[in-house]
Design a protein around this ligand. Structure first.
Ligand code: FAD
Length: 316
């Protein structure tokens, strides 16, 4: 069953989380340990993020920079296959525009097809760290929607050069949505219009950016419905686990922290205290979302596996 079907047919609120491929050179064991700790809560699928490579330069002298290394997390496709193989839980690799040419994407689609992975989350991807704004990769795509068109064409049985494929199991996929608006969007209406285009183009569901105030999610769902976006909208929940996330999360992800949460975090003297606040807050969010019957809750578990485990224990 595809993840789209699974989300559409679940009778209780499902649980999913994401893992990051290991930093280049590290073993996959850490990924497995994360899954082992969360498996008892019956995740219905597991997302695997994708990261463009970042080249690190060192300032050597007088404004000269030397390329010293490439920091990246390769292996999304392989990690997805390893997870699906080891745990028999559907893996959802993220397919991104950022840092990838169309041909590289086509190769990834062929690999995924051979590996029996047919669920994707399609995204534009983050900008390069050294750029001020997103710059499309040469021979790549500018928006998630363009990448969807490539996947759709592949699903219809065509490679980029127009030749026919006989890889006939189609991919199904979700896309991202932003209850508090994507930071580059001029206004919420424009952002919602593009989301509607992504759904019209074939997205079977939407996963939201993290939010800390459930009313923003409920309002977003209402606005989506009015705009004619009728697919499931999966809330994304991020447990706070560091004191500095009080300022970092709003800055990096362009989301608001409610005053009640910010106030509790300001009182924290250690990350352990912040973690307690984060677990309590996210548990409250997840309980309410579950009580309102959302089809699934997606947890941003990066560096917060233990918190997600505790929240899942409280809620599921
Ligand atoms: P798009 O849908 O392309 O939208 C980007 C902006 O352009 C928006 O402002 C939108 O309103 C506008 N827009 C959309 N389509 C068009 C169009 N055709 N023409 C003009 N304007 C348009 N990043 C990673 O690098 N790797 C990951 O694994 C990853 N996983 C994520 C998972 C989730 C659930 C979420 C919410 C985000 C994730 N991100 C990831 C971050 C994401 O890539 C960024 O938020 C990125 O800035 C936007 O991605 P998008 O797919 O929403 O882009």
């Amino acid at each position: 069953m595809s993840v789209v079907d699974l989300i559409n047919n679940t009778r209780t609120t499902a649980f999913s989380f994401e893992v990051l491929p290991p930093l280049k050179g590290n073993s996959i064991e850490k990924v497995f340990k994360t899954i082992d700790r969360l498996r008892e809560y019956d995740p219905k699928y597991i997302n695997i993020t994708t990261h463009r490579s970042e080249i690190i330069y060192k300032d050597i002298e007088g404004g000269l920079y030397k390329r010293i290394s490439e920091r990246t997390r390769p292996g999304t496709v392989a990690v997805a296959a390893a997870i699906q193989n080891k745990y028999q839980i559907p893996a959802v690799p993220h397919l991104i525009c950022s840092g990838f040419t169309k041909s590289e994407t086509e190769y990834a689609l062929i690999d995924l097809n051979f590996l029996g992975i047919y669920d994707l989350l399609i995204l534009r991807g983050d900008k390069a760290k050294h750029d001020n704004k997103f710059v499309p990769t040469p021979e790549g795509h500018e928006h998630a929607l363009d990448l969807q068109h490539q996947v759709n064409r592949f699903n219809e049985g065509y490679f980029l050069d127009g030749s026919k494929t006989s890889l006939n199991i189609p991919f199904t996929y979700g896309v991202a949505g932003y209850p508090e608006k994507h930071d580059e969007s001029p206004n919420p209406e424009s952002d919602l219009n593009w989301l509607r285009e992504k759904v019209k183009a074939g997205a079977g569901y939407v996963v939201t950016q993290m939010f800390f105030d459930n009313s923003k999610y409920f309002d977003f769902v209402d606005r989506c419905r009015v705009a004619g976006i009728n697919v499931p909208i999966i809330p994304g929940i991020k447990p706070i686990n560091y004191c500095n996330q009080l300022t970092v999360l709003p800055k990096v992800f362009h989301v608001d922290l409610p005053e009640a949460l910010a106030c509790e975090l300001r009182k924290c003297k250690t990350d352990a205290e912040a973690c307690e606040v984060g677990v309590e807050w996210a548990t409250g969010q997840a309980r309410e979302l579950k009580a309102k019957g959302v089809p699934s809750i997606h947890f941003y578990s990066m560096m917060a596996t233990e918190s997600v485990r505790r929240i899942a224990h409280n809620v599921y």
